[in-house]
Design a binder for this molecule. Structure first.
Ligand code: RBF
Length: 162
């Protein structure tokens, strides 16, 4: 469903389980930091709201969205975590960088998830402009950070139940 029809912070269609006792990593890209800071706040607050302990949330920064891949890989290699949430914002510019970065990050995050057999969540906004990004970072379309954190909890719950 297109995000203009779906509020990213509306979970009325599903039940988000408790996150108590689960350990999460959050990797946040510093490019477009006003947007990614809002994504981080959304993700962190949702984990706490669902019962996660603050000491069970390990937060790190990386320079840009491209580095979310190695950031997530490092976290899962060096820490005992149940899931990693990757947060970034790639805004279309005048160069082909947008396509390269978006494709690399999407594929890279999927590969890290498969390598470690752990959920690695794609909480990356890919927008045409800053307004579209702000609309999805706590604006009129909700917060992609909330949605990424809810997805992480749901995937950890799935893994625990198998
Ligand atoms: N990183 C982002 O997270 N969002 C962006 O919109 C973004 N745009 C970029 C545009 C250009 C022209 C370049 C060179 C980099 C950009 N990056 C962006 C940074 C990228 O993810 C990575 O950190 C750097 O390319 C590493 O040198």
């Amino acid at each position: 469903m297109a995000t203009h029809l779906k509020n990213l912070s509306d979970f009325s269609h599903t039940t988000i389980p408790s996150a108590k006792g689960y350990r999460f990593g959050i990797v946040t890209a510093q490019w477009n930091a006003d947007v990614t800071g809002a994504l981080y706040k959304g993700a962190y607050d949702l984990l706490l709201k669902q019962g996660a302990n603050p000491e069970d949330i390990l937060s790190v920064l990386v320079p840009g969205s491209y580095e979310l891949i190695s950031g997530a890989d490092l976290l899962l290699s060096k820490q005992n975590l149940d899931a990693v949430i990757c947060l970034g914002c790639v805004i279309q510019g005048e160069t082909p960088h947008f396509d390269y970065i978006c494709n690399a990050v999407a594929n890279g995050i999927a590969n890290v998830s498969i390598k470690h057999a752990k959920p690695v969540i794609f909480g990356v906004l890919t927008t045409l402009n800053q307004d579209q990004a702000m609309d999805r970072a706590g604006g009129k379309h909700g917060n992609k950070g909330d949605e990424a954190a809810a997805t992480a909890i749901l995937m950890v719950e799935l893994e625990k139940n198998l």
